[in-house]
Design a protein around this ligand. Structure first.
Ligand SMILES: Cc1cc2nc3c(=O)[nH]c(=O)nc-3n(C[C@H](O)[C@H](O)[C@H](O)COP(=O)(O)OP(=O)(O)OC[C@H]3O[C@@H](n4cnc5c(N)ncnc54)[C@H](O)[C@@H]3O)c2cc1C
Length: 224
């Protein structure tokens, strides 16, 4: 296992799996068990790497479980359940509109890297909200990917810092802004990932704006 600091309080763990590379669909998560902590059901962590990369999860340090994970050292090990979840598109052609807040970016990293590699014509739009610029996880990676792949656009929203460099928006993202930016992109499917409140507000906003429920996918990580 290797570790990398991505942003303040955000650590990536690079994992090697005793049973060989696990198979998964980008967007899925693994369930991690730390038996010394009082969470027998384990906790879920999205796979942040694409299948062609070393297996990675990216963790925001919060309570006991995530702090313990972030403090693991190379050579440490834990048990995990194979990947599961349904946070991925079944379409081959839709525009993927990805809305993230904070550590909610984790599954999109896997989806974006996998899609630009295997399906470079596909339209990808990422809308990413953070409190400050320093909190933007994978900032450099995302900028580089957007520069290299014209079909990927990245819109950063920053809620607690102003002024901002050109191209970033101050304030929270709203369903109206998203719909406006998506414009006439073909066949959009909307993915929402972050805190329960973020997911709930944008789901309601997009539904009210006329997005059908079967075009909305959600992954709620935690409440406040
Ligand atoms: C499907 C799924 C995928 C997930 N993927 C990831 C992932 O890729 N990376 C990741 O870090 N977490 C992910 N989570 C959340 C993860 O499972 C834990 O809930 C999280 O690490 C917090 O656990 P904890 O025991 O450390 O903190 P807790 O003791 O559960 O929480 C401490 C406090 O912080 C709040 N909180 C917890 N995490 C955050 C946060 N990141 N931002 C703001 N407030 C928070 C809690 O509501 C609580 O008030 C995922 C959850 C689900 C359900």
């Amino acid at each position: 296992m290797g570790t990398m600091l991505e942003a303040p309080g955000v650590t990536t763990l690079e994992l090697s799996c005793k049973e060989g590379s696990p198979s998964y669909i980008p967007g899925q998560f693994i369930t991690v068990y730390l038996p010394e902590l009082a969470t027998p059901e384990g906790k879920a962590y999205s796979i942040a790497s694409a299948p062609n990369e070393p297996l990675r999860i990216t963790i925001a340090k919060r309570g006991e479980f995530s702090q313990r994970l972030c403090s693991l050292q190379p050579g440490d090990s834990f048990r995990a359940l194979p990947a599961g979840g349904y946070f991925y598109s079944e379409s081959k052609t839709s525009t993927l509109v990805m809305l993230a807040a904070g550590i909610g970016i984790a599954p999109y990293r896997a989806i974006i890297i996998n899609t630009v590699r295997n399906d470079p014509e596909r339209r990808l739009m990422l809308f990413y909200s953070n409190r400050t610029i320093a909190d933007i996880t994978f900032h450099r990676d995302l900028d580089d990917l957007a520069k290299a792949h014209p079909n990927l656009t990245v819109h950063n929203f920053v809620t607690r810092e102003d002024p901002l460099p050109a191209g970033m928006t101050h304030g929270r993202m709203s369903a109206e802004t998203i719909i406006h930016e998506v414009g006439d992109a073909p066949d959009p499917e909307y993915f929402i990932c972050g805190s329960i409140e973020f997911v709930r507000d944008l789901w309601r906003g997009l539904k009210t704006a006329g997005v059908p429920e079967d075009r909305l996918y959600t992954e709620a990580f935690f409440g406040h």
